[in-house]
Design a protein around this ligand. Sequence first.
Ligand code: ATP
Ligand code: MG
Length: 352
Amino acid sequence: MSIYAIWNNKGGVGKSYLTFQIASEYARQNFQKKVLVIDLCPQANASSMLLGGMTDGEQRLNEIHSQTNRLTISGYIEDRISSPYMSPQNGSKYLTQVSKISSIIPNNLYLIVGDEQLEIQSSRVTGATNPGPQDAWRTVHLWVSDLIEDIKNSWDYSDCCIFIDCNPSFSIYTEIALTAADRLLIPFSADGSSKRAVKALLSLVYGITRRSGEQQSEFFLNSQRFRMALPDIYMYIGNRLTQMNSSSASAFKTVVTEIGEEIWNVWNMTPSSFHIHPQNAPTPNSKRAFKKMFQYEVNDANTASVVSGALGIPIARLTAGQKIVAGRKITVNQSQLDKQVPNIQSLVQNII
Ligand SMILES: Nc1ncnc2c1ncn2[C@@H]1O[C@H](COP(=O)(O)OP(=O)(O)OP(=O)(O)O)[C@@H](O)[C@H]1O
Ligand SMILES: [Mg+2]
C-alpha cells in the first residue's frame, strides 16, 4: 500500500488535474486494488472532476455540501476538532464510491470529498496543535493518517493505493497530508517561478536551506522532534509541456533542467529522501540515471484536457469528436488523445 501526496508550493501547476487523471488511470490499470483520493484542498477541484466535472460534478458537490452532516473531509475534520487527541475511528463513514455518482469512473475508486469549509475550520485545527497535551502537534498531524487507518480497516487491509491532493499553500492541511503520505509527487510547470516554488518546497518539507542561519520550517523541525517520517520524493513531473516548435521545446527543456538540478542537489545531500523505484531497481549512480528514475514529463493536452476535466471523463476514456461543454461545442482531436493517453498511462505504470 502506498500513499502519495501531490504537492507543489505553487498554484495552478496541475496538482488536481494530475490527481484526477493519475488516480482514475491507476484504478483502471489495477482493477483488483482499491484506490482512494483524499481531497485536502478547499477548492475541491479533484472532487469536482471525479464527480462529473464542471456542471454535473459541481452540482453533486453542492448537494453533498448542503447536507447537515457533511460526508466530506470537513465532516471528518469537524469530528477531530471535537476529539483532537483521541481518534473516533469513524473515518470510513466519510467514503464515497465515485462510480455510484459518476459511472465513467472505475468502481474501485473511492473519494473523501473536498470541501470549502476546510478554510473556516483551519484556525481551529491549528488551535488544536497548541496548547494541549505535550504531543498535541504530533497527534493533530496524524489526523489524516488516522482517517486512512479507519478506511484500511474497513477494507480488511486489502491492497490499496492512496492519492492526496493538496492546497498550494503550506497550510495546516498540506502539513497533515505530508505527514500521512509516504511518497511525494511534485508537479511543476515550465515557467520561471516554478523553480522558486520547488526550492520553497524543498526547504519547507526537507529543511534544505540555502544560507547559513536561515530558519527552517516548524513542520520540518517538529517532524524531527517527534520522529515523524517525511514522504520520500517519488517523481517530479514537468506538466503542460508543449512542444509546438523547436524554440518552445528548448525553452521548456531549460526550465525542466534547472529544476532537475535543484532536485539532483538534494539527491546528492540526502538520497534517503527519495524513493527508489521500481522495486529492486539499482540506486542511480549518475545524473542521467537519476533523471530517468525521478523525472517525468506530461504534455499539454490542450482541448482534450479541458473537455476531460469539464466533463469528468478520464483522458483514457475520452473519445475524439465534438463534445458539448457548458452548452458550447468543442472538438477533441484524435491526435491530442494519441499523445496524451500513452503519456498518462506510462506515468501511471511507474506508480507502484
Ligand atoms: N497536462 C495538462 N494539459 C492541459 N491542461 C492542463 C494540464 N494539467 C493541468 N491543466 C490545466 O491547468 C489548470 C490548472 O490545473 P490544476 O487546477 O490541476 O492546478 P493546481 O495545481 O491543482 O491548482 P491549485 O494550486 O489552484 O490547486 C486547469 O485548468 C487544468 O485543467
Ligand atoms: Mg488544485
